[in-house]
Design a protein around this ligand. Structure first.
Ligand code: NAP
Length: 331
């Protein structure tokens, strides 16, 4: 048997298990030019929340009662395709299914002997590319500057902070638990870290952690955390607006203070960032990430949840901060 997970209802506010539906279906047969894939790992990502809503965004919304898609790693279990052999592992945007067929478009082979398969969904995938390209294309961190990262213990944030250390920055992370704050400092070498859930005054905490102000802010969360960071930006600061998870589940327009006065008085740059806009730079960025990983300058951290049934819950848990590093589901 085969199973697929459909978007059954568009979530209102936080996603619920009842927004998803597991449906049994036949394992597909393949024709000439096709491969049969068995899913190995599924990436769950905050941006999928946006696709579950109807509104226009940079990626089309999911259709109701159709399978959800996300980044995934799969094994070729049958092949009638010249480019793929049985036993190959591939990465690409795949449907939340145990088995699916493909003509191979948009899939690329990954080498299970060079890195753990799940790493191709994280540090050697979109996550790593987002971190390195957001920093190098917009953040432009210089030695001695202060880099603040929100969502710092997550997939993108943990890589951003580590790259900041490679670049010689003072790195300050913002995360949601004491355990994460400790991990940032002891495992990833952050200079300081703030638990936004237990800090009563974020502005004061940022001022204390950034005595020389903030030169680069890599924003993964938006909302009141980012409002507090903006108050401390330096002349010519660069703000990479990568994500806004704190407001993805809002049902009305969020209230934030105006950014203009802070940008004007510091001549700062605040720029939205979509990693796919930099696709031409992926190969070079990937070489850099692989090299740092091989040299031990970057550490890979993941939260691996087991079981196809757990995919919706793992996705929902991103909004509860249950992951450290990249959240993936092993099928
Ligand atoms: N622009 C792009 O091209 C691009 C590409 C990839 C990702 N992104 C964005 O980058 C951000 C991080 O993505 P990721 O894949 O690395 O996810 P992630 O950080 O691994 O997971 C999400 C984390 O967000 C934090 N969080 C959840 N609710 C929050 C809230 N209300 N306020 C503050 N923090 C909250 C949680 O950590 P705590 O325990 O610390 O709360 C959670 O672990 C997301 O906003 C995502 O949409 C953008």
């Amino acid at each position: 048997m085969n199973r697929t997970i459909l978007l059954d209802k568009r979530p209102i506010g936080k996603p619920q298990l009842t927004d998803f539906k597991f449906v049994p279906e036949e394992k597909p047969g393949i024709e000439t030019g096709e491969i049969l894939l068995k899913t190995s790992y599924v990436s769950v990502d905050p941006y999928l929340r946006g696709r579950m809503s109807e509104g226009k965004s940079y990626v089309a919304p999911f259709e109701l009662h159709k399978p959800i898609t996300s980044g995934a790693i799969a094994r070729v279990v049958e092949s009638n395709h010249n480019g793929f052999s049985k036993g190959d592992y591939v990465s690409g945007m795949l449907e939340w299914k145990e088995y699916q067929k493909s003509k191979g478009q948009g899939l690329y082979k990954v080498d299970a002997t060079k890195a753990p398969l799940s790493a191709y969904l994280g540090i050697l995938g979109v996550t790593g590319l987002t971190a390195v390209l957001g920093l190098s294309e917009i953040g432009l961190p210089k030695k001695g500057e202060t880099l603040v990262v929100s969502g710092a213990a997550g997939a993108v944030g943990s890589v951003v902070g580590q790259i900041g250390k490679i670049m010689g920055c003072r790195v300050v992370g913002i995360a949601g638990t004491e355990e994460k704050v400790e991990m940032l400092k002891s495992d990833f070498g952050f200079d300081a870290a703030i638990n936004y859930n237990t800090t009563s005054n974020m502005r004061k905490a940022i001022a204390a952690a950034c005595p020389d102000g903030v030169d680069v802010y890599f924003d993964n969360v938006g909302g009141s955390i980012s409002d507090a960071v903006l108050v401390k930006i330096n002349k010519f600061a660069r703000i990479i607006v990568c994500g806004a998870i704190s407001i993805y589940n809002e049902t009305s327009l969020p209230q934030s203070h105006s950014v203009q006065p802070f940008l004007i008085k510091s001549s700062a740059l605040m720029q939205g960032f979509i990693v796919n806009d930099y696709a031409a730079k992926f190969p070079k960025a990937m070489i850099q990430l692989s090299q740092w990983l091989a040299e031990g300058k970057l550490k890979n951290t993941e939260t691996v949840v087991e079981g196809f049934d757990q995919i919706p819950q793992a996705f929902m848990d991103l909004f509860e901060g249950k992951n450290k590093g990249k959240m993936v589901v092993k099928v």
